[in-house]
Ligand binder design. Sequence first.
Ligand SMILES: [Ca+2]
Length: 692
Amino acid sequence: MRKRYIILFSTIAILLGGIFLMSMLFYTDGHLAPPLDDTFIFFQYAKQICHGVPFQYNTGDSPTTGATSLLYPFILAIGFLLGIGKTGILAYSLGLGLICLIVSSLLIFNIGRRLFDETTGLILGLLFLFNGQILWSFFCGMETGFFMCMILAVLYAFLLESEKKKYVWTIVFASIMALTRPEGLILSGVLFGFIFFLRNERNYYFLIPVGFGMIFVIMNYAFTGSLTFNTMIAKSPLSRPNSNLFDIAATAGKYYFYIMKDIFSGFAGKYSPAMYANEDQEAVYFAPFFLFFGLLGVLSIVTKEIKEKILGVGALTLCLMMIGIFSLCVSLPVKWHWHRYLIPFYPLFLIFVVAGLLLFVKLICQGSTLIKPAFISLASFFLLFGILNTAYFSVAYGKNCKDIYNQQMILGMWIEKNIPKDAVVAVNDLGAVKYLGDRYIIDLLGLGTNKVGWSWANGAGSIFEFLEALDPKKYPDYFIIYPSWFSFDKIGMLKEEIKQFKLIDSTIAGSSSPMTVYKVDWSLAHSGDTVRTVNEKLEGYRLVDFVDVGDIENEKAHHYKFWETQPGMFYGLLYQDEACMYSYLNNSSIVVIDAGRQITGGESMVVNTIPGKGLKIVKRTSTYTPIEVWVNEEFIGVWTHENADSAWTEAVYEVPGQNITSKQTRIRLPLHRELKHYYVCFSAYYWFYQKA
Ligand SMILES: [Ca+2]
């Protein structure tokens, strides 16, 4: 490679990095800050590695995989080992991003040069560098830039090694890629399949990267008992209750359309002076006609490879891009943070766009000497858009950094000074609050705290049940939350508002409401554990089991399931569970907090029983809907009781002893209806009593 290209790309990258840095410092009033709170999650895990407690978000906790990258926290940890300190890590992460950007630009330049010619490589390198979203992700302090760099390294190594079929560096870089992100594991699987089936090379060494990628999955399973990463549990529709294949397929399909039509075409999106990372900014991602030229590029490279009967880097790039994006459509069809999960695939798309431009010019100019100038002219149109979008994102980046500085970072520093050292703090943004505030935190979204992610996916009620079930020593003293994300206000848990951290112009924060610090009121914790009003009906009976609806762990232990009368509302029209604070219909002096589920179809559970003894089922509810009682799939009768609107009632149903035949009994409670009308029945708690 010629030295001048190294100098050229490095100079441009440094200049662009400088502009982004200046924008950050301008908007944050001279402070270093990342554009996302999640960056601090990485810093926290990296810090913990240096303290000898890797994967523990709070020292002493069970390990978590909240960074969703096995490798990158270790790379960041090197920074701490070099002694750069708590704030220095930000500069270190930016420096790493810059190095990755330079290396990536040289890699993509060389891919273009090898595939086409030097000019095309140059244009490709420039289109890569002048893409504001790509720059944003390199300077976000997280693993995205490094991940992109590894994908390009795999492609370039493959390009060099595929002729002789002796792969060393391809496998090395693919292994690093697989260690960097779960998508890297998917891509390494694609790479293996591509070599093995599409190129018919029986090369089992390509299983090595897959093996490396699996390490993190296995670790995640060992840490959490689930194959799903904490981030996925919190963010993916796959982890929503009652998600189903039909709806997932439809959501994934629609998201795919959206990426191709709205993002890659460069045509969609409205003009809006607002700069908000979480929606409606597709207009500034790519230039118009990008998809057209991308498709031409696929035709140009892949057709050639098919004609030559040996699939090469073009087909590989296409497979990686399409399957990589498809995996995101299924797992994370999200729009927030400038669609940041999609960004690592943009360089692959750019390769096709440039190939398409070249083919287009060749077809138009038909062998004349004008090909090169025409190509450069046409490419200049796209470079112009690239420069404009870089300008936009340099500002967006600065404003995002400003948000994080003024909200999460200031908050973290405030906690350090104002909250007792032994306090427990529950948060919805776990990054800076922990890294700078350094208190014991409980992450209500479940990235840094295991298990609670499933509650988050179920709704505010399950979160209440999760917190209530904690060891009281770990009850949060403070909530630091966007109150609109939860319903703690409805159940009287927000004892005192201590402080608000408000953004005037929010550009990336998850809520426009201020992040607020509250003291927590626990006085009604466990108030809902026992039967409160129908004890006289249970004389001579003793408790044999209970199902606390909304408590995910308790539900799991009882094989609890619920279903909807009109399924498929898991996404968008989600039946969220909720927590309620009511008094009883027939005794207003008893106030109880309990969470439960909105049931429209029915529920089933398996409970411990004593065979042959009469069973009384007690249900805490706030609604009246007749329900059918089925015991071990035998219909027993219809359960009716008094109505309690915005109050609790406890209803009792008696199952004769002859119907209880084993130590485990399956109870099924479908809503009773003749037509599938829409009823909602609120279910909060079941107790099972049998004759003593
Ligand atoms: Ca409950």
